[in-house]
Design a protein around this ligand. Structure first.
Ligand SMILES: [Zn+2]
Ligand SMILES: [Zn+2]
Ligand SMILES: [Zn+2]
Length: 365
């Protein structure tokens, strides 16, 4: 894997990753960032941080392909895009509308109840391909495999930064969940704190290790494989299943079969198996109703600072916001106001439905 780094005039970097030729870098001009407000505000009632980032209001909203900021900068285009090259394999750049930035301003508290923190950290965009209309499932095996290596490289580099505590790799797909650019891409948020979901999983895993010994996720994987009724599919290194207490009908978790705290702990064969599993899950989703399934994909792995905990176990959570082909699941009072999810379906039924869609897809139709 080759890596080329370039700096833009506005101070942001772009990385090009390739297996073949390095890209020819062209125009690097980009609008200079304005003085926007960016900070963390603490919610004392919930004891949690909220990111306040006013630059994000300016984001490009569903532009036509000729104005896509994630396409390569080709000759005859109306403007330079975020990718200053005519062609590339995978590109990573600092988000122009970040929630954290390395140069975030210092802040101070207004009062004991109005506390702020610096929104230090990094937000990156990972562009999977120069092809505007591709999907994760349509990428070839080699590109997907490169993507896993790119994630691992970003995880390692961002984890090493002093201002980063947790590296969160994710993808939002579909306008149903508010995606503003359809070009295939994911994101990485290098957090200055451990985000609450990761912290909660960590605390539960610690409790499990204290009470029963061992890793909670290893135990879940063992139990799902013994029971089989919620498994969608598996390969040599990963299993995809609908969790016992799925919050949403089509939620699917992909977990490493062996205990692997992070991407960096996967061997080459396991990285290839992760790549192919992610493509299989997306193809299964898209085959279900023969249309692209919207979802959020979140990767959970060990924190970037301190020792790995016994329960740090790499897994990827796919959460589509759908109840059925034409019905979206909206988070309403019980979910947002009380914090408890109501799932209108049995996870075992949904797993059977997805297993069937997977079988059809692997049979080629
Ligand atoms: Zn595009
Ligand atoms: Zn484990
Ligand atoms: Zn998780």
């Amino acid at each position: 894997m080759k890596r080329t780094r370039i700096e833009r005039p506005d101070g942001r970097y772009v990385y090009f990753y390739s297996l073949g030729a390095e890209p020819q870098v062209s125009d690097v001009s980009a609008p200079v960032r304005k003085g926007e407000q960016i900070e963390l505000r603490w919610n004392p009632l919930l004891d949690e941080q909220v990111i306040v980032s006013t630059a994000r209001q300016e984001r490009t909203f569903l532009p036509p392909p000729e104005y896509c900021p994630l396409c390569p900068t080709r000759e005859g285009l109306h403007m330079a895009t975020e990718i200053p090259a005519k062609d590339f394999e995978i590109a990573v750049f600092e988000n122009r509308f970040p929630s954290f930035r390395p140069d975030a301003p210092e802040v101070s508290d207004d009062s004991p109840l109005e506390r702020r923190a610096r929104a230090a950290g990094v937000c990156e965009v990972v562009v999977y391909t120069p092809e505007h209309d591709a999907t994760l499932a349509s990428l070839d095996e080699g590109r997907l495999r490169l993507l896993v290596d790119v994630w691992a490289d970003r995880y390692a580099e961002l984890s090493a930064r002093d201002d980063v505590t947790y590296v969160f790799v994710f993808e939002n797909r579909g306008k149903e969940i508010g995606v503003t650019l359809t070009h295939p891409h994911g994101q990485i948020y290098a957090f200055p704190f451990v985000p609450p979901r990761a912290e909660r999983e960590r605390a539960s895993s610690e409790r499990f290790a204290r009470d029963h010994g061992g890793c909670l996720m290893c135990e879940i994987v063992r139990a799902e494989r013994a029971r089989r009724s919620r498994i969608v599919t598996e390969n040599d290194a990963f299993v995809a299943y609908v969790p016992f207490a799925a919050r949403l009908p089509y939620e699917v978790h992909v977990a490493a079969l062996a205990h692997r705290p992070s991407l960096l702990d996967l061997n080459k064969r396991e990285r290839a198996d992760l790549a192919s599993m992610l493509r299989v899950v997306q193809a299964t989703y898209d085959g279900l109703w023969r249309s692209p399934m919207p979802y959020t994909m979140s990767m959970h792995q060990r924190t970037s600072k301190g020792e790995a905990a016994v329960g740090d176990h790499l897994h990827v959570e796919f959460v589509p916001p759908c109840r059925s082909r034409d019905k979206l699941k909206y988070l309403a009072g019980v979910e947002t106001g009380a914090g408890t999810f109501i799932n209108d379906t049995a996870p075992e039924e949904k797993a059977a439905e997805l297993r069937h869609a997977h079988a059809q897809w692997s049979a080629g139709g």
